[in-house]
Write a protein that binds this ligand. Structure first.
Ligand SMILES: [Mg+2]
Ligand SMILES: [Zn+2]
Length: 173
């Protein structure tokens, strides 16, 4: 039987981790997309170390009627293409309590696990909000919070993208 060496994932929240927030919201237009330079590096680092980069993101705005689903998917595709991330799992449900995939629920982690036969215990989640960290914890992953505010919920805290890269360089083994 073929051994799956890619059985580990680097799960990534999208907004605030890979691309900048625009006035505390996700980019709604292509021209609003601004990707962190370190994001390109961390995706490459993950691939080199045989961690599958997988985006897990709450995107409730289309469901709330703020933008169209077409725009949402257009913007997301552009971000994924730029970063060369093949797998992304978006929860487009508008509010909590309507699905099992809206973080802090871990449904999308389990979907990704099934598709890729992942070992979630060896996988890592990076997020900028507590709901990312809670979802990652519930899935059994190691968790990293990138924020100016430390979280006791996370296994690791970093305060900026450069320090995130440094930490991942140590953790992705
Ligand atoms: Mg975020
Ligand atoms: Zn959902």
């Amino acid at each position: 039987m073929k051994k799956n060496i890619n059985n580990k994932a680097l799960f990534l929240d999208r907004d605030g981790v890979l691309n900048h927030l625009i006035n505390k919201r996700p980019p709604w237009l292509l021209k609003e997309i601004k990707i962190y330079q370190e994001a390109f590096k961390l995706v490459k680092l993950a691939k080199r170390r045989f961690y599958l980069p997988i985006v897990i993101s709450n995107q409730p705005d289309a469901g709330r009627g703020t933008i169209s689903y077409e725009k949402l998917h257009l913007v997301n595709k552009k971000i994924m293409n730029e970063l060369q991330i093949e797998q992304f799992f978006l929860c487009t449900h508008p509010y909590d309590g309507e699905c099992d995939c809206r973080k802090p629920l871990p449904g999308n982690f389990f979907k990704a696990q099934k598709i890729n036969n992942l070992d979630l215990k060896k996988s890592i989640m990076v997020g900028d909000r507590d709901k990312d960290i809670i979802a990652g914890n519930r899935a059994g992953c190691k968790t990293i919070k990138i924020s100016e505010k430390n979280s006791e919920l996370a296994d690791f805290n970093v305060d900026n993208h450069q320090n995130l890269l440094k930490l991942l360089d140590k953790l992705l083994i």
